[in-house]
Every structure is written in C-alpha cells, then in structure tokens.
Design a binder for this molecule. Sequence first.
Ligand code: FAD
Length: 106
Amino acid sequence: PPDKDQLGRATWTFLHTAAAYYPVLPSPAQRSQMLALIQALPALYPCSHCAEDFGEKVAENPPDVSSRSGLSRWFCERHNEVNEKLGKEAFDCTKTDERWNEGPKD
Ligand code: FAD
C-alpha cells in the first residue's frame, strides 16, 4: 500500500498550491472543474479510510470555489480537521499564501 504520510504530504502540496494559484476571479468553468476535482477525491484517494472521512467533511462543508482566498481557506480548514484527528497542531489559515504562494518552507 502507499505510504500514507508521503501520499498525504504530496497531496496537500498539490491541493494547497492549486488553491494558492487558483484565479482570484474564477470563471464558471474553472469553478466547476475545481468542484469536480474535490468531489473526485473521496472516490479515488488511495487511502480508503482517509477518503471516507474526507468525503464526510466535504459533505458537511460545501467547497468554496468562488475565489482564490475562499478556496485556500476551505482547504486549510479541511487540512486542520485532519491535523486535529491526528493530534497535530492547527495551521494558521491567514498564512496559507505565505506558505503556498511563495514556495515551500519545509
Ligand atoms: P502534512 O499534514 O502533510 O502537511 C504538509 C505541510 O502543509 C506542513 O508541513 C505545513 O507546512 C502545511 N500545513 C499543515 N497544515 C496546513 C493547513 N491546515 N493548511 C495549509 N497548510 C498546512 N493521514 C492519516 O493518518 N489519517 C487520515 O485519515 C488522513 N486523511 C487525509 C485526508 C486527505 C484528503 C489528505 C490529503 C491526507 C490525509 N492524511 C491522513 C495524511 C495527513 O494529512 C498528513 O499528510 C500526513 O500525516 C503527513 O503529515 P505531515 O506532518 O508530514 O504534514
């Protein structure tokens, strides 16, 4: 099976970076494409219990695909839910751009 931690770091890198470079004013097509990407994860993410929990969180918290800042916050909050579940510290969601729009700091 895939290494859950390596897979998680790679996936969060992709998702937070995609949000950090998502349009400030996305077109209707870009919004529906991002929504489709998010909604595909519970079906396709190759850690079945992670995918199942994430799917429940997505259902409880409809993705905000209306803007770069809204999407960045939405992913930050979902990642923080996983951090909490794993006993990790919460990330400060005012710092998503600093972390993900200016290159990796770790
Ligand atoms: P990660 O949590 O991978 O974080 C990588 C970097 O992101 C951090 O170093 C930090 O700079 C930054 N960061 C941290 N929090 C935030 C945030 N809230 N917003 C923005 N940036 C942030 N693992 C499990 O064991 N069980 C699960 O159920 C589980 N579910 C997951 C569901 C999804 C959708 C994904 C993508 C991953 C899941 N993981 C799960 C993996 C888990 O989230 C971590 O990726 C893994 O434990 C490795 O953690 P890490 O401490 O190396 O850093």
